[in-house]
Ligand binder design. Structure first.
Ligand SMILES: [Zn+2]
Length: 506
């Protein structure tokens, strides 16, 4: 999918919000010139180069495409299925231990296309997909995800996530609460660091940098408590070698905080530090239950955090101390997380929730995140977390043209128009997105996908969903006996005191 509609495109007369670092976050009237996928001109009344396709954009807002820093495509068919469950119980059904039948390649393709379509439709041009596909790692299956994203035209970092410690050793009280018979069932054989490294090297040789360089592989050991030190260090080395993110879940729930205290003698962030696992490649999902010492270590190392506020609210995980992260100089990005814990990939919903929650938990007036800070996190912050700050996340000469065009007269979000930046955060839900360009190619133009038969794909998917969901229901039933056991683990953890600073949400 490398053909571009026109090699030279001039978007003319738009209000352009560049989100460039150091510039005021305010739109100004400008033209955007794009040549061979790259922004080569930005300013008022640019000359029209010979052969340019002109896109008239008066009354439109042009801004960088949003970056979704954390999702799992694996959850895409499970939206709207669960509620009122904390993470550890929810995992039993969303990531079942028993009876999981991996979707066939065609379903995998459809599922990945659904991720791309929902993302692009709502103005997201770049995603970090922590793809989880137990029980094994297969080049052909991962390749199906890559080729679906290529087909859709989206930019993506994709992992093949894993954990490789026995599950009950990653959970405080797991070995005490679970009967021996169940423990034996849960102690699966696990992937070793060498085996995983070999797989990753094959991915780097084949899939990495495909789709004209839009599609990259990233390392994603599930969480420091869930992986051996050898595996995490091997992933760290590969991430450095290939200059890609090292994506991992850190202290999402209170149960994980108690687990870290019990199994690692304190902060899991310090544990990462002591094992040489903190560096600028690290993208931590969540970072809810962290201490001030953790924040200092994270800031020193230059890690990024994906704040997944809607998933944290849905699973009742807690509120990340985002103001303290920003004050420490830590790069914060925004993520939806998967569609089973959110339950959509509309990043605009996350922007609004982020602003609202940070105001509700702020210490004093004007201490919540401003609209500008929220938009930064959703664009350049996300690009930096994806290690693509030189490529995407803002509109600047020299960067690839990943942008969205919003029709401010569509619907009511911008009527009346008081403050575009505030209204992007507090009023917009993605429905004003009219056109979407990734890498200089329109993937949505005037409301329609240019490369995908959206209706056809959705109807193909709907035809397969009844059988898929019936199968999943059977799988849920096979795993239901675990729910009260995890509930007991959570109850025991709830009785263990946790340092008060970990509750501070701002
Ligand atoms: Zn996650």
């Amino acid at each position: 999918m490398s053909s571009r509609e026109a090699e030279i495109i001039l978007i003319r007369g738009a209000d352009v919000l560049t989100m460039a670092a150091g510039e005021e976050i305010r739109p100004s009237r400008a033209d955007v010139l794009i040549e061979s996928g790259r922004i080569t001109g930005l300013g008022a009344d640019l000359a029209v180069p010979a052969g340019a396709e002109i896109v008239e954009a008066a009354g439109r807002l042009v801004m960088p495409g949003l970056v979704n820093a954390h999702l799992h495509s694996s959850e895409m068919f499970l939206r709207g299925r669960y509620e009122r469950l904390p993470l550890e119980m929810w995992l039993c059904w969303s990531y079942p231990f028993f009876g999981l039948e991996p979707p066939d390649l065609e379903l995998l393709r459809l599922r990945s296309l659904l991720v791309a379509m929902e993302s692009l439709r709502s103005g997201v041009t770049m995603i970090s997909d922590d793809f989880f596909d137990p029980p094994a790692h297969h080049l052909a299956r991962l390749g199906t995800v890559f080729s679906a994203y290529d087909e859709a035209g989206i930019r993506a970092n994709v992992s093949s996530g894993l954990m490789n410690r026995p599950y009950l050793d990653t959970l405080a009280y797991g070995r005490e609460v679970f009967p021996a018979r169940v423990q034996a069932q849960l102690d699966f054989p696990l992937t070793g660091a060498d085996e995983y490294t070999t797989f990753c090297e094959a991915v780097f040789r084949t899939l990495h940098n495909s789709g004209d360089g839009r599609l990259r592989y990233m390392l994603a050991p599930s969480g420091p408590q869930r992986c051996t030190v050898e595996l995490m260090q091997a992933c760290r080395d590969l991430a450095r070698q290939w200059q890609v993110p090292y994506h991992t879940h850190v202290l999402e729930t209170r149960t994980q905080a108690v687990t870290a205290d019990k199994l690692f003698g304190g902060s899991i962030v310090r544990y990462m530090h002591e094992h040489g696992l903190l560096n600028p490649n690290v993208l931590m999902a969540h970072a809810v239950w962290i201490t001030d010492e953790d924040i200092a270590l994270m800031a020193d190392a230059g890690v990024s955090v994906s704040w997944n506020i809607l998933a944290n609210l849905k699973l009742g995980s807690g509120l990340a101390p985002v103001r303290r992260l920003l004050n420490a100089g830590i790069n914060v990005a925004l993520g939806t997380d998967g569609a089973s814990s959110n339950d959509t990939l509309r990043l605009f919903d996350v922007l609004r929730a982020a602003a609202l929650v940070s105001s509700a938990t702020a210490k004093g007036p004007m201490a919540g995140l401003s609209s500008g800070e929220v938009l930064h996190a959703a664009t350049l912050g996300g690009a930096q977390a994806a290690m693509l700050a030189e490529t995407t996340g803002s509109l600047e000469v020299g960067k690839q043209a990943d942008l969205i065009i919003l029709d401010l007269s569509h619907g009511t979000a911008f009527t009346p128009l008081s403050d575009v930046v505030n209204q992007l955060v507090y009023c917009e839900n993605g429905s004003s997105v009219e056109s979407v360009m990734v890498d200089g190619c329109f993937v949505i133009r005037d409301g329609s996908f240019t490369r995908l038969d959206e209706a056809g794909i959705l109807s193909e998917m709907r035809a397969r969903m009844p059988a898929f969901l019936r199968q999943h229901q059977t799988t849920e039933a096979m795993n239901s006996f675990l729910i009260p056991l995890f509930q007991e683990v959570i109850a025991r953890c709830d009785r263990v005191p946790v340092a008060a600073e970990r509750y501070l949400p701002s």
